[in-house]
Ligand binder design. Structure first.
Ligand code: A3P
Ligand code: MG
Ligand code: MG
Length: 370
């Protein structure tokens, strides 16, 4: 295993560049980010089974202005929690790609072999959100495994040791508060365009509806998927992703210090999460310490960005570091570049072959080669 310390931005051009996470380095023009386009979607049911359709998409129902929704209801008796110890890596996205190859393959005109996708980077939206907010993050580091297969980089998160420890030692209060976000979704979403939410049902966090988005950041063609909470129930609303709505909960804001922190830490992340897939609207339920939603606010993603300055320069780093030509056989998809970052540090990376970090499954590689 080679171990490398990534070069600083000021390093000579021959060494990897752009890996410092200092915010000041990113306070410049935002690279061109093309309007995100939905190329498909998929659903995961209560057992995490994949469906190549929108069966899990829900419809937004606006709550009353002072709704008094009790987010604690059902935590003990109507909550089925997804097992976070099970790491799915990019598997659901890869399943989607195999089922929709014609949508993402290079055309025959390009004269390329069948495994060539017309995409530079494949990942989850959540991983891109972390990259985008890295210069502003002070709490949690990340690890991202990157593999080159064909001419495409696949990026999949690896849970850090610190994240695993905090996941395994969550307090009872923290566990309950994680439920609150999903309970808010249940209060504000219906299964059909014309129906009402049913807050008497079970909250099952295995269920998900995901959009698959294609866009371009600077010169990089991105394909990523992200969970979408619900859509505008109006059938004449603009097409996806413009009709999608992100739901959030947050502690009610009472002091100016809380307001500052809300903007600085929370709204920044909300913005990045929704900006990337082009979700224009965020509906936030503000709750008190007993989990009662006392007010609901709508934020418009593009207006948030006028308040918060963030730059996506960070998204360049994987392509800067990985050699333009994949290493010779054994199959390149088993080689992983593991990028690591901790607050106040630079990004570093290590190279691994046939290790526990290999994440492209054989079934994907086989089918892509056939
Ligand atoms: P809130 O964000 O409203 O608290 P999302 O908002 O991305 O649709 O996620 C829905 C809910 O999942 C969140 O609701 C939160 O409860 C939980 N959640 C999302 N990301 C999480 C994370 N990284 N750690 C713990 N819980 C998370
Ligand atoms: Mg969600
Ligand atoms: Mg949400």
């Amino acid at each position: 295993e080679r171990h490398k310390r990534a070069g600083l931005v000021s390093a000579p051009p021959s060494t990897p560049r752009g890996l410092s996470a200092l915010a000041a380095l990113y306070e410049r023009d935002f690279p061109v980010y093309r309007q995100p386009v939905e190329v498909g979607c998929f659903s995961l049911d209560a057992r995490r089974t994949f469906f190549n359709d929108a069966r899990q998409l829900r419809y937004y129902v606006e709550p009353r202005r002072r709704p008094e929704l009790n987010l604690r209801d059902g935590y003990r008796d109507r909550y089925l929690r997804r097992d976070e110890a099970v790491k799915e890596n990019l598997d659901h996205m890869l399943t989607w790609i195999l089922a929709n190859r014609t949508k993402v393959q290079k055309g025959p005109a390009a004269g390329s072999s069948s495994l060539e996708l017309d995409v530079d980077i494949i990942t989850w939206r959540g991983h891109l959100t972390k990259l985008l907010t890295t210069p502003y993050e002070t709490q949690e580091g990340w690890q991202l495994a990157v593999t080159k297969f064909g001419s495409t980089l696949y990026i999949s998160e690896v849970e850090t040791e610190a994240a695993r420890q905090s996941r395994e030692s969550r307090t009872e209060r923290h566990k309950e508060m994680m439920y609150w976000g999903y309970k808010f979704e249940q209060y504000t979403c219906a299964d059909d365009a014309g129906s009402r939410p049913d807050a008497s049902g079970v909250v099952n966090t295995n269920e998900a509806f995901c959009t698959v988005i294609q866009t371009r950041l600077g010169t990089h063609k991105l394909l990523f998927s992200g969970e979408v909470d619900c859509r505008d129930p109006d059938p004449s609303a603009p097409p996806p992703p413009s009709c999608y709505i992100e739901l959030k909960t947050s502690a009610e804001i009472c002091t100016s210090k809380q307001h500052r922190n809300f903007l600085r830490y929370k709204l920044l992340k909300w913005w990045a999460q929704s900006f990337l897939p082009g979700v224009p609207r965020i509906v936030a339920g503000f709750r008190d310490n007993d989990g009662i939603v006392v007010s609901v606010e709508t934020y418009y993603t593009l207006k948030i960005s006028q308040l918060i300055k963030v730059c996506a320069q960070n998204l360049h780093f994987p392509t800067n570091v990985i050699p333009p030509h994949p290493p010779p056989p054994p199959p390149p998809p088993r080689v992983v570049y593991l990028f690591s970052w901790e607050p106040n540090m630079d990004v570093t990376y290590t190279v691994h072959r046939n290790s526990r970090y290999t994440f492209l499954p054989d079934w994907y590689v086989r089918q892509m080669m056939s």
